[in-house]
Design a protein around this ligand. Structure first.
Ligand code: ATP
Ligand SMILES: Nc1ccn([C@@H]2O[C@H](COP(=O)(O)O)[C@@H](O)[C@H]2O)c(=O)n1
Length: 228
């Protein structure tokens, strides 16, 4: 732990799918003694609830009408990030192909975003030593006053190779097409699209190893902390 008497530091890490946001954010938070929030897991959790309750994912009005119903709780320990819906641990179910293919439609609904954004701001402001929050709109919308904003990128080929390595036996081309499709949906929605904040530092991770990306972000956070 390196938190000492330092003031809380708020770090926003955004970027498209498979650029390394979760792996990097978790490691940076653990190394610097900060909390960690995976906002994609929250959108996946509400999507899982919609699917489980038979809500028509193609109907934004139906989604909006029930967006406030599920109780979503995120644990922010980077060594053991947790996510539950109405008391049920959904860490496994939110990673299914079904949820992945439907999450962009649910996360595009403004009532869903308002609800989840409120949860995210509450967690960020209550983190004693600071927090690393990763997602798509953290630097632009959720935490526009974050101390440090990072926007991770990587080529679609690198991202697909990483993902298909994770999903044993998955076809790289199909994985690449699915990533591109999800990024396009997330980037083109009206409310809080995936976007780089004007004051974010862009890090292209295509040719970097994960430890190199972590080291780069740790250095940037330490510089910000020293200047606070
Ligand atoms: N720089 C890197 N080099 C090689 N592999 C990496 C790198 N960064 C991350 N990975 C691997 O790529 C995969 C995807 O990383 P991760 O889940 O962190 O991405 P993400 O941006 O959070 O994705 P998503 O938005 O889809 O959740 C993981 O298996 C991770 O270990
Ligand atoms: N700040 C965010 C974070 C995520 N989303 C939506 O959730 C989906 C899943 O995210 P993963 O990081 O777990 O892959 C993502 O495709 C977005 O639709 C979001 O809208 N805003």
């Amino acid at each position: 732990m390196e938190n000492g008497a330092a003031k809380p530091v708020i770090v926003a890490i955004d970027g498209p799918s498979g650029t390394g946001k979760s792996s990097t954010s978790k490691a940076v938070a653990a190394q610097l003694g900060l909390s960690y929030l995976d906002t994609g897991a929250q959108y996946r959790a509400i999507t899982w609830w919609m699917v489980s309750n038979g809500i028509d994912i193609e109907d934004p009005t139906a989604i909006a009408a029930v967006a406030a119903k599920p109780e979503i709780i995120s644990g922010t320990d980077p060594a053991n990030p947790t996510i539950s819906v109405d008391g049920t641990d959904v860490a496994g179910p939110i990673r299914t192909q079904e949820v992945t293919s439907k999450v962009s439609a649910v996360s595009a609904v403004p009532e869903v975003r308002a609800r989840i954004t409120e949860l995210q701001r509450t967690l960020a402001t209550s983190a004693e030593y600071g927090i690393v929050v990763e997602g798509r709109d953290i630097g632009t919308t959720v935490l526009p006053d974050a101390d440090l904003k990072i926007f991770l990128t990587a080529s679609p080929e690198a991202r697909a190779a990483r993902r298909s390595g994770e999903l044993k036996g998955a076809d790289v081309n199909a994985t690449r097409e699915a990533l591109i499709k999800r990024d396009a949906a997330d980037s083109s929605r009206k409310t809080s699209p995936l976007a780089k904040a004007g004051d974010a530092v862009e890090v292209d991770t295509t040719a970097l190893t994960l430890p190199q990306v972590i080291e780069c972000v740790v250095t940037l956070v330490e510089e910000k902390r020293a200047a606070k």
